[in-house]
Design a protein around this ligand. Structure first.
Ligand code: NAD
Length: 447
């Protein structure tokens, strides 16, 4: 099948590459000329485990191409995926500018005789498929296209991939949600997704509005689980309980489940923060206050800086001139994505208190350098960051941070102090190695 993917970021590049991997001809379109140049010359633009190999193979075999021209991209495409940004606008609602702008252009390019399915893969508020349809229709009519309504369908097909395991999630999705009232679109998309659900995972068909809401409901529920556990962790700290034990105790109930119960320094990334906010705003717009979501967001904001009072207390409220080593910048492991990463908030607070920061992250340093420049120092490896630092702060649970050489850490740090925002280490380990160790929802180990 000929496919166009508009927007070649985290979702677009994975989508395009994985569809090419199952034998489709894919053209990815992006307005970022530099990105398209790099991708066209065989250079991958994001870090995502497993993606590079597929990207290289499919590019080499001519099934995966890149262009800045929307017209060329969609000319022969039967399906057009919109994987465009939907960032928060001024009041936190999803900004549909990118999606509707492209819809308008697509409308002007529709030609008689070539039916196309336009698919919202971006996370978009309920009613967006209707809006996209109206915009496409209007611009097609303005361009003089006759019977334009017969030339296209608009479908909502939200994406559930997780950065860090995006290829696996795309190739073997838990489910595919397809929101459409068109039988024709349903059949074509069923065929397109068939290779991805051979194990029997469901393709769930529904109306457009339900599909749009499903995505927000899923992300908001997961964010709620995180904030709930972070509140339990707060209680644990005050009541002398251990959140890791509580987590295991409650998570082994099938109705609750073990996943997504890890406390930490809050959720970040390009999805949860904006999607929870957008769903809360959408609710307001229909005169409904989604009270749980308001609390989820408030808890998360507090949690991102939860380590700071601990750090300040340890250093007797004086961070001036202190140096901190910080491990982990990405909002979660196995990605270079730093959007809304808790680490950035911690860094800013430390700098505001006149401390200095040396950081290390296996993949996200270049992105942080672009954003913060040289106001912090970037270490070549996790141990270099520790040299002469007053304490180590852990902000992302990369695997390589999980079993470090504690003797080496002690020899490099000025003080044997660790503030761990991701509960990487067992308390007994810290007791044995003599660190002062503060984590989330567990007792303080006094070194
Ligand atoms: N990142 C995720 O893990 C994830 C998961 C599921 C859903 N989503 C949703 O998918 C959408 C895309 O997210 P993302 O993380 O891939 O965003 P991204 O910022 O990584 O990528 C968006 C891309 O669109 C391009 N673009 C902007 N305007 C364009 C235009 N007019 N024409 C062509 N290209 C244009 C940008 O240059 C960029 O490369 C969002 O709605 C997001 O909420 C993201």
């Amino acid at each position: 099948m000929n496919i166009a993917v508009i927007g070649t970021g985290y979702v677009g590049l994975v989508t395009g590459t994985c569809f090419a991997e199952t034998g489709n001809n894919v053209i990815c379109v992006d307005i970022d000329e530099e990105k398209v140049k790099k991708l066209s010359s065989g250079q991958i633009t994001i870090f995502e485990p497993g993606l590079e190999k597929l990207f290289e193979r499919n590019s080499k075999e001519g099934r995966l191409k890149f262009t800045t021209s929307l017209a060329n991209g969609i000319k022969n495409a039967k399906v057009i995926f919109l994987a465009l940004p939907t960032p928060p606008d001024g009041d936190g609602s999803a900004d549909l500018r990118y999606v509707l702008d492209v819809a308008d252009k697509i409308g002007g390019l529709l030609k008689k005789g070539s039916y196309k399915i336009i698919i919202d893969k971006s996370t978009v508020p309920v009613g967006t498929a209707d809006k996209v349809k109206q915009v496409v229709l209007k611009s097609a009519k303005e361009a003089g296209t006759e019977n334009a309504e017969k030339l296209f369908d608009v479908v909502s097909n939200p994406e559930f991939l997780r950065e860090g395991v995006a290829v696996e999630d795309f190739m073997k999705p838990d489910r595919v949600v397809i929101g459409t009232s068109s039988e024709k679109a349903k059949k074509i998309l069923g065929e397109l997704y068939a290779p991805f659900v051979r194990q029997g995972n469901p393709v769930i068909y529904m109306d457009e509005r339900s599909a749009e809401l499903t995505k927000y409901a899923a992300n908001s529920f997961l964010a709620t689980k995180i904030s709930f556990m972070n509140e339990i962790a707060q209680l644990c700290e005050r009541l002398g309980a251990d959140v890791d034990k509580v987590r295991k105790g409650m998570g082994s109930d099938d109705r609750i489940g073990r996943r997504f119960l890890f406390p930490g320094i809050g959720y970040g990334g390009s999805c949860f923060p904006k999607d929870v906010q957008a769903l809360a705003k959408s609710s307001h717009k229909v005169d409904y206050e989604f009270k749980i979501l308001e609390a989820v967001m408030k808890v998360n904001e507090n949690q991102k800086v939860h380590l700071l009072p601990k750090i300040k207390k340890y250093f007797k409220n004086n961070l001036k001139g202190k140096k901190f080593a910080l491990w982990g910048l990405a909002f979660k492991p196995n990605t270079d994505d730093i959007r809304e990463a808790p680490a950035l908030k911690i860094i800013k607070e430390l700098l505001a208190a006149d401390a200095s920061v040396a950081v290390y992250d296996p993949e996200a340093m270049a992105n942080v350098k672009k954003e913060l420049g040289d106001i912090i120092s970037f270490a070549d490896n996790q141990y270099d960051a520790l040299k002469d630092a007053d304490a180590l702060i852990i902000a992302t649970e990369w695997s390589e941070f999980r079993t470090p050489d504690f003797t080496k850490i002690k020899s490099l740090l000025k003080n044997d102090v660790i503030f761990d925002g991701r509960n990487l280490f067992e308390l007994y380990q810290m007791e044995e190695s003599g660190f002062h160790y503060e984590s989330i929802g567990r007792k303080v180990v006094k070194g």
